[in-house]
Structure formats: C-alpha cells, structure tokens
Write a protein that binds this ligand. Structure first.
Ligand code: F0G
Length: 455
C-alpha cells in the first residue's frame, strides 16, 4: 500500500496495488482496468460539514477559492496548491425552473437545472480539465491531446491557450462536431486533426499516438479529470443548501460525468458529509444507447466489482459485425464504446441508478423547453430533461421528488441544431415547441399586420 496521501489504484476491488500520483497512467498496468484517484482520508483535513466550505465565499480574491472546483480542494487533494491550474471554472448555478417542472411533470418547485454551460469554455468539461491540466503541470507535460465530440477539445484548448503550459492537439471526427465547438478549438489555438471517422475512431487513434509519442492524454480515461468533475455534485448540494436531492439526471456519452458523480457520493457518504445518496439516472440518446442496452436490456451490473466482461465483449463484437455506428443529432453523446462503462456501473450500483434512452425529437423538445423556461442548453443536455420526463411518465420519478437535471453544455454550442429544430428541418416539422421565424416583406404595413396578429 502507498504511504502517500493521494495515490492511484485499479477500480477492481480485488487488486490493491497502488501507483503514485506522479505517474501518467490511463489504465492499471497490471490488469488494464480503469484507475481511480484514492486518498488516505485519515490524513486529509476534511471539514466536519459541507457548510464549512461557505467560508471560502468571503475569500474569493484567491483564485483557488474563486474556482468552483478548487474551493472544495480538500475533497480532491492530489495537488500542491502552487501547482493548481485554474482559469475561473465552475462559476455555475442551480436554477429552479417551474416551466421545466411542468414539462417534466413534477411539482412546481421540484425541478432544478444545474447549468454547466456557464463555464469558461461553455461546458462541464472545464471542471475536469482544470484537474487534468494541474496533473499535466505536476508531471511536466509539454504536449497534451484528446479526442472529442467537441466540448473536451474546446476545454483542453482553452486551458492550454490561457495558461501556455503545454501545446495541444485535438482529434475530432470529420463532420461529427458542432461548429460552435470546432470554432473554439481553432480560436484557442489548438492543432486540430479532423479524422475521417467518428469519436470512437478518433479516441482509438489518440490513445495510440499519446502512448507512442509520450503526449499527455486528457480524455476521461485520465482519472484526474474525473476528480474535478466531482465538484459539479458539490455545487448542486450547495445550491440546495446542502440538502441531498432525490434524483440526479445526466446525459450519458463516454460516462465520465456519471462515474465522477458516483465517486463523489461514495466519498461524501464515507466521510459522513451526507446522510443519504440521491438516485442517479443516466440518459442515452436512442441512436447511441450502449449503456441502456447493456444495463437495462442485458442486465449488466457492477456485481461487487466483477462485472460480466464477456457480455460486454460479445455486445461490441456484434456491434462491429453488424456495422452498427452511433447516430444522433445530440452529437456530443454520439459514442459507441463508452470508456468509463465500468465506473458508471459502480455509480449506478451505489446510487440505485437507472438508465433510459430517449430519441432525437424528445431530446430536442427537452432542449427547447429548457430554452423557453430555463437557461438554454445544447442538444445532449436536453436528454436529461427528456429522460426525467420519461421517468416521471413511467412512475419511477414521483411528482414530489426533487429532481436535478444537469445541463452539460451551453445553448450556443450548436446553434445549427436549434435553428433547424425551430425551422422544421431534420424531420422536426411536428416539434411541439417549435418557434419558427416569420418571413415578412420589407414593408411597414405588412410588418404591422403580423404584429396585430400576435398581440
Ligand atoms: N453533454 C455534453 C454537452 C458533452 O459534451 C458530453 C461529452 C456529454 C454530455 C456526455 O458526458 O462523456 O461524461 O458521459 N462530450 C465528450 C466530448 C465526449 O468529447 O466533448 P460523458
């Protein structure tokens, strides 16, 4: 066992070998399993109650106390303070929305939207990238890379652009990324490789390239990233005056967020900082529903740390044999092989979780409702609202349950999807919430005619 305060170890509970935090690893060298960052909590000065973190609100001039990630630094204590890389991430908010509550079907005051689009690069990824960038700095990385459906790349690019600590290469699937996101990587100065393929192809390539060329990998197989993403849950609790909600509903792509949320709750419970755990709902797009199929249809589970790997391999073999590829308008979550699958199973197990799938029209309706009565979000985030509505219809969520939907990305990330939805493109002509623009001649009387009709 390590004598360090923070160390890395396999998520497989049967393997207890530990690795130092100065090692750059994306899998356990012995077993190939995903890695966790673990702590010797007895030696960490963790506050006796979460409320104590509020004292940091009065010392916001310290960038570490300003950051919505690092003001909780005792809960992710892997880095010396002078190595922490922050660009002011995590200034996000929990919004109560009666409009979205009505759409979902819960009591007026019971629906909350955790708006991660307010991060510097416009998505939740900054919560993780501040942690990965910090680790990259600790190990002295000169170059970092990731594969992305667009938000990870925007986030990595902004951290390297602002801090100049390392150069960045991002791998994206050609034609598979919303323009808002591509524009960010270009603007922030990342070398951008457009691979002829989808996210899974790009991830496979970047993993090999990083291994061969000693480049620091920033995808969510990097266990440090997920440490930062735990803080989304700390801020949700903070927004609810440290009360635990009944449900956390989150879109599932590569399953980094759901995995990080589960780890946050496992640790908070172990530390006695919460007395109960919310239920977790992970929402897949129907066109990219690997998790849904494996968990809800084939019965895959964490199984005490021994999930049925043969079942997973069989599923992927059949996927390849049938040439089935993920396809959804929610391009952020258009993923075939979620790399954090096993960690997500652990989260579902601990949080008594469920997985659901929603189709693209449902996702876009959910997104439009958030736009009309919330803070706006990109399509993938709309899946959480659509999923909450489905779970309510199924009677899994009760009207009296307090539900938090995670809005993972900003509305302006994918304005094409929004405009096409409202203008009835992509077969969306029957959209229940469409608000298409009205064409009017450049003529005062004609304009007034329209105004009279709507008033
Ligand atoms: N929502 C948005 C807006 C995303 O960008 C992503 C993932 C997800 C949800 C899914 O989160 O992977 O933690 O389950 N985007 C990655 C990317 C894959 O490359 O930007 P997850």
């Amino acid at each position: 066992m390590s004598t360090e305060l923070a160390f890395q170890s396999s998520i497989n509970p049967a393997h207890t070998t530990t690795y130092g935090v100065n090692e750059v690893l994306t899998a356990c060298p012995q077993t190939g399993d995903l890695l966790d960052i673990q702590y010797d909590w007895d030696r960490v000065p963790v506050p006796g109650s979460l409320k104590e973190f509020e004292s940091r609100w009065s010392t916001r001039r310290n960038p570490l106390d300003f950051s919505g990630v690092w003001r909780f630094r005792e809960l992710l204590p892997f880095a010396p303070e002078d190595k922490i890389v922050t660009i002011g991430e995590g200034q996000t908010q929990l919004q109560q929305s009666e409009h979205v509550a009505k759409f979902v079907g819960v009591d007026d005051k019971n629906l909350f939207l955790q708006y991660e689009g307010l991060n510097p690069s416009g998505s939740f990824k900054d919560n993780g990238m501040t942690a990965a960038s910090t680790h990259a700095r600790i190990v002295g990385a000169k170059m970092a890379a990731c594969a992305s459906t667009g938000n990870t790349s925007a986030s990595l690019a902004i951290y390297s652009g602002v801090t100049k600590l390392f150069k960045t290469i991002v791998f994206v699937g050609s034609g598979k990324i919303a323009y808002g996101k591509l524009s960010q990587a270009l603007d922030y100065g990342a070398v951008t490789l457009q691979i002829q393929g989808d996210f899974d192809d790009a991830l496979k390539q970047v993993r090999e390239v990083c291994r061969a060329a000693n480049i620091y990998l920033c995808n969510s197989v990097n266990p440090f990233r997920l440490e930062g993403q735990k803080s989304i849950m700390y801020r949700v609790l903070e927004g609810l005056n440290w009360e635990v909600p009944d449900w956390i509903v989150v879109p599932g792509g590569n399953l980094g967020n759901s995995s990080a949320f589960g780890k946050a709750f496992i640790e908070l419970k172990e530390l006695g900082l919460i007395d109960r755990v919310p239920r977790l709902a992970v929402i897949n797009a129907r066109g990219a529903n690997t998790l849904y199929q494996l968990v809800e249809e084939k019965g895959l589970s964490w199984n005490g740390g021994q999930p049925d790997e043969a079942l997973v391999n069989e599923f992927y073999q059949a996927m390849d044999a049938d040439n089935r590829r993920a396809s959804t308008l929610a391009s952020a979550i258009e993923i075939n092989r979620p790399v954090n699958l096993m960690k997500c199973l652990r989260a579902l197990d601990f949080c008594d979780g469920v997985v659901r799938e929603v189709d693209d029209p449902e996702i876009l309706d959910g997104k439009a409702q958030v736009g009309a009565g919330g803070l706006g979000c990109e399509p993938a985030s709309g899946a959480s609202v659509a999923g909450a509505r489905l779970l309510r219809e199924q009677g899994v969520i009760a009207p009296s349950d307090r539900v938090v939907c995670i809005l993972t990305g900003h509305q302006l990330k994918d304005s094409t999807a929004t405009v096409e939805y409202h203008m009835g493109k992509n077969g969306q002509s029957g959209s229940s919430c469409a608000n298409s623009p009205i064409q009017v001649e450049n003529d005062y009387e004609k304009i007034m005619e329209v105004i009279r009709q709507i008033s």
